[in-house]
Design a protein around this ligand. Structure first.
Ligand SMILES: Nc1nc2c(c(=O)[nH]1)N[C@H]1C(S)=C(S)[C@@H](COP(=O)(O)O)O[C@H]1N2
Ligand SMILES: [Mo]
Length: 354
């Protein structure tokens, strides 16, 4: 039979706007192929052509700029291996349940991003001394239930993060021009932060001397620890330390013998130093072997451990990652009303049948 393929595919959570999970359990690669990159959108896709496109840099700057796509391509370039993880990744695991896209563990993907450090462009524009934040506009727009008018997708960064040498305006993914769904022609890439910061279809950069309070900054992407009040809210920024068990898949039926438990781990604070596995609900923990991509400290790490199992029955395999800042996946996730940053110890149930 023709056109029959046994390949993994994106799992749709929603068609418009398009929200789809990566088949993360089947990806043992450093670079997620573009067809397996997860998709998370707030609005319909905008259509941009590089020919009539100018990126503006205005606001608290001495020399406002309007850069063409070709001008950007002529500037000094940088390439980095960076994962993008949606702040809602693994939201489906929160108890009690929270409203929002019920992502399992596939709202994460990574690849090689190539572009111009934002810092170079800001320096050319001459950022004023009282600059506080930089606001990034995507070209996509639409309405939100809480707001009447049509608004663009907008996010800000503190000036320090905007000036970080690894915050880049990307125009290539895995050595090819960005695809239309991933932000063509330009996309901000903010390493170590949850992916809402990495604004697609980047069209406008505005330096401001106050705190930005757009809806995607001050309402969404904020941890609200309480069910009924907005007290103690904290903005969502850095990725939590986290891991995913890729193999075995949850609820697998296996036989006695030797199995390899495999997965990935990542953090937004330093590097992964350890991944520990328990073969059945906690103590004892065993150290997995880590596989790191040389000189790419933002990249996820892969890990693997051998499991010899002789007794039939049901088992719950746990994984927990630690990072160089002493952070470790907790047994229970920090519950918050909008369901961001789930990073409790990762669990997979299996049955050993014969
Ligand atoms: N312009 C624009 N940028 C955006 C978004 C968006 O809806 N519009 N979504 C953000 C969120 S919440 C995530 S998780 C990532 C998703 O990127 P992807 O679709 O390439 O996976 O893009 C971020 N940047
Ligand atoms: Mo997201």
């Amino acid at each position: 039979m023709k056109n029959r393929e046994a390949l993994p595919y994106l799992t749709s959570k929603r068609l418009s706007p398009e929200n789809q999970e990566s088949p993360i359990h089947f990806l043992y690669e450093w670079l997620t192929p573009i067809k397996y990159f997860y998709r998370r959108n707030h609005f319909p896709y905008p259509v941009l052509a590089k020919e009539n496109f100018l990126l503006s840099i205005t606001g608290e700057v001495s020399h406002p700029r309007f850069l063409s796509y070709d001008k950007l391509l002529s500037m000094p370039v940088k390439s980095l291996l960076i994962p993008l993880e949606c702040a809602g990744n693994k939201r489906a695991n929160f108890m009690p349940k929270v409203y929002g896209e019920q992502w399992e563990d596939g709202a994460i993907s990574q690849g090689k991003w190539t572009g111009v450090p934002l810092r170079n462009i800001l320096q050319k524009a001459g950022v004023s001394n009282d600059a506080k934040e930089v606001v990034f506009d995507g070209a996509d727009y639409g309405t939100k239930p809480t707001i009447d008018e049509s608004i663009p997708f907008q996010r800000s960064l503190p000036i320090e993060k905007a000036m970080h040498p690894d915050t880049i305006i990307a125009y290539k993914y895995n050595n090819k021009p960005l695809t239309f769904k991933q932000g063509y022609p330009l996309r901000l890439i903010v390493p170590n932060w949850y992916a809402m910061a990495s604004v697609k279809w980047l069209s406008k950069i505005t330096v401001i001397n106050h705190t930005f309070a757009g809806p995607f900054q001050a309402d969404d992407y904020v941890y609200y620890p309480h069910k009924d009040s907005d007290n103690d809210k904290i903005p969502v920024t850095l990725l939590n330390v986290n891991s995913t068990i890729q193999k075995p898949i949850n609820l697998s039926i296996l036989n006695t013998g030797t199995h390899y438990i495999q997965g990935m781990a990542w953090t937004g604070c330093g590097i992964i130093t350890e991944v520990q596995i328990s073969f059945d609900k906690g103590e004892p923990w065993h150290n997995a072997t880590l596989y790191k991509f040389p000189h790419e400290n933002y990249s996820w790490v892969f890990w693997s451990i051998q499991w010899k199992v002789e007794e039939k029955g049901e088992y719950t395999i746990f994984s927990r990652a630690k990072d160089s800042n002493g952070r470790i996946q907790p047994l229970t996730a920090f519950w918050n009303r909008k369901g961001y940053g789930f990073n409790a110890v990762t669990k997979v149930n299996v049955k050993i049948e014969s």
